[in-house]
Design a protein around this ligand. Sequence first.
Ligand code: SF4
Length: 364
Amino acid sequence: MIIKVALRCVEPKLYTLIIGFYLVLLTFIYNIRLNYVMQTHLCNIFKHLIQYRMHKKATPSLLDWYHTHGRHELPWRNTEDPYHIYLSEVMLQQTQVKTVLERFYFPFLQRFPSLKTLGDAALDDVLKMWEGLGYYTRAKNLHKTATLVERLPSDIDALIALPGIGKNTAHAIAAFAFGQPVPVMEANVRRILCRIFALQTPAPKDLWDKAYDLLDTQNPFEHNQAMMDIGSGICLPKNPKCTLCPFASICTGKQTPQRYPLKQKKTVPIREEFIMVYRYNDRLSLTQRKGKFLHGLWGFESVDVPLCAAEYLGEVTHAYTHFKLVCKVYVYDELDKEQTHYFNLSEIRKLAISKVDEKILKLL
Ligand code: SF4
């Protein structure tokens, strides 16, 4: 409207000139836009061609590799029970396959054969069965989830809404228990992707995009299991065995694998504690932890200052994910009972106690 009014006030020659200029400008803008759209389309076509080529090269060799070398005997690979798969995923988050397999997976399932039995159990019993695995928040979240649902949902968002289930665990359950075409993203898989695509410090979203690019959507179970096996046995952090790797023909980082991903130096803080073991008539005092750290487990008391009359027993250390705990341990023989709970050794063995308290026990 404003342009129309302005044009009415100018000479016809100028009017034609302005219209002409306006049309040239429109064509110019249209061309730029057209170029942009075409470029975007071309980029997408090019990207899909690369993906297609990678798929064509990687998928058959990955499947072949898995059929010949995969760890098919792992019990959680021979079940479709979502609870069994979920349990294995949680146990394997911070613990090696060998340890889970030899000491924890079967006894736990024997004691709590279903989500329902797990949800009906007391948290103390669950923690006792988890004893030695560490990272007890995992057990508490597992138990909490079991009190909320009797069957795990197959929907990824619904899985993530449950306590302690992150994106990777949800994808693993979805792929392994429900056959959904989604990738998994545990630490070993992350390393493989960084090396295949020569990525030093990728953002999480980029890694997920790459994982989807590479995914064999027809065989998500085999694809993801193969990725995990290659991560734990072939694409090792140091000295990867590239000559045995089914990705060798497409891996762009294999000449200098140690460069991918870039290692970030971590300094682990040290936390010091004084531990007082109160002893009365050969019975030891333990309390159930109320705070966030090791919540629910029984343990020896941490004090600000040890009693003067206490005897120094020695030092125990334990490494947690975010810090190293150094405990200076003292024992104090009481003349009268001063604490609330005392236990003899066989009673302590029935309690759920942490690794560090087990180490303290060995000093006594
Ligand atoms: S070719 Fe080598 S660096 Fe690349 S994914 Fe395989 S083992 Fe890792």
